[in-house]
Write a protein of this length. Structure first.
Length: 107
C-alpha cells in the first residue's frame, strides 16, 4: 500500500502514478517485439505461467463430489424431517387417546 514499487504483478496506474514524476495516461502498452534486441541492462519480462493441468483437475473432482453430496444430503434431511413429523403425529395421537407414550430402551 505504501513505499516504492520495484515490481508490478498487476498494472495499477493510480499506484504507479504516485511514484512517477510525470503524469501517466489512463492506458498502458505491452511490448511484443523489439528491434534492436533487448540488452542485458533492459528490464526482462516475466516468464509465462505453465499451461499444464496443475491442480485444476483435483479441484474439479472436489466440486463434483460437493455437487453430489447436496442432493444426497437433501434426501437425508427430508427423510429425517418426515420421520420426526410422523413421530410427533404419533405422540399427539397417543396423547389424545390418553395412552402412555412408549419409550425405547437401548442398552
Amino acid at each position: 500500500p505504501a513505499g516504492v514499487l520495484t515490481e508490478a504483478g498487476v498494472i495499477d496506474l493510480d499506484r504507479l502514478g504516485e511514484q512517477s514524476r510525470y503524469p501517466l495516461a489512463s492506458m498502458y502498452l505491452e511490448l511484443v517485439a523489439q528491434d534492436p534486441t533487448v540488452a542485458a541492462t533492459d528490464p526482462r519480462p516475466l516468464p509465462m505461467p505453465p499451461l499444464g493441468e496443475g491442480p485444476h483437475r483435483s479441484y474439479a473432482v472436489q466440486w463434483f463430489i460437493f455437487a453430489t453430496c447436496v442432493p444426497i444430503g437433501w434426501v437425508l434431511v427430508v427423510r429425517k424431517s418426515l420421520r420426526d413429523r410422523r413421530r410427533a403425529a404419533r405422540r399427539d395421537e397417543l396423547a389424545e387417546a390418553g395412552e402412555p407414550e412408549a419409550v425405547a430402551v437401548t442398552g
